[in-house]
Design a protein around this ligand. Structure first.
Ligand SMILES: Nc1ncnc2c1ncn2[C@@H]1O[C@H](COP(=O)(O)OP(=O)(O)OP(=O)(O)O)[C@@H](O)[C@H]1O
Ligand SMILES: [Mg+2]
Length: 231
């Protein structure tokens, strides 16, 4: 088991006179290594909150989150959690989060620039990531001239460039038309075939149906947990 969530809850508003709002309520599920899982649910159901907890961007108020049997939910310090976040997790945010006045190359290379990777290695890793999403021909284009679909593929390449074990995507096709959505979906399928575990938050039933499993959240609770499929 790669990721194991047990009784995860998240509440906001712990200040005085502020009502406590429980956004996730006793959420329990597992993700196996190599799975591609969809998280679905209405707006406000708690999907992004759950994704932030999975990605170590936020901590649960109760429950246990394990990664390969290591408990990540509370006793680790921020430095340890940011190491895991930087080395093992790739994020794809809904608004792409690209630096508009930089090239596709520079945007994708960004996560590697923070480390000690040699330039020759950075170049080959960026090339490989852009190849995977079919964006090699745009290597030297400025991010601001790209279409929405091309921006999203650039964002996926950037999430991929560190060779993460887990990719977390929040509504990756939310702003795209059908044709671009299917290009993005094919990129995810290809990345998943390479062995990367993927969790996608989506409203799009076509995207959800391409995943091994759909986890549905209703008012902060898991509505229905299908069994982990055989891999
Ligand atoms: N930092 C916060 N402080 C207070 N409330 C919050 C905070 N973050 C999220 N919430 C609340 O938690 C609930 C769930 O938010 P979340 O962003 O997880 O929903 P979602 O399922 O991703 O919705 P959407 O589909 O619209 O993106 C919302 O009611 C939101 O207002
Ligand atoms: Mg959301």
């Amino acid at each position: 088991m790669m990721l194991k969530l047990e009784g995860i809850s998240k509440s906001f508003g712990n200040k005085e006179n502020e009502p406590i709002k429980t956004v996730l309520n006793n959420v329990t599920f597992n993700v196996e290594r190599g799975e591609m899982v969809a998280v679905c649910g209405k707006s406000g159901a708690g999907k992004s909150t759950l994704l932030h907890i999975l990605g170590l961007l936020d901590r649960p108020t109760a429950g246990t989150y394990r990664w390969d049997d290591i408990v990540l939910s509370d006793e680790h310090n921020d430095k340890y959690l940011s190491k895991i976040r930087n080395e093992k997790i790739g994020f794809i945010l809904q608004d792409y989060g690209l630096i508009e006045d930089q090239t596709v190359f520079d945007n994708v290379a960004l996560p590697l620039m923070l480390g000690t990777t040699k330039l020759s290695e950075i170049k080959s890793k960026v090339k490989k990531a852009l190849e995977t999403v079919g964006m090699l021909e745009f290597t030297n284009s400025m991010a601001c001239v790209l279409s929405g679909g091309e921006k999203q593929r650039t964002a996926i390449a950037r999430a991929l460039v560190n060779e993460p074990e887990l990719i977390l995507a929040d509504e990756p096709t939310g702003a795209l038309d059908g044709e671009n959505s299917s290009i993005i979906l094919n990129s995810f399928l290809k990345i998943n075939e390479m062995g990367v575990t993927i969790v996608i938050v989506t409203h799009d039933e076509d995207v959800a149906n391409m995943c091994n499993r759909i986890i549905r959240i209703v008012d902060g609770k898991i509505d229905h947990i299908p069994p982990n499929p055989p891999l």
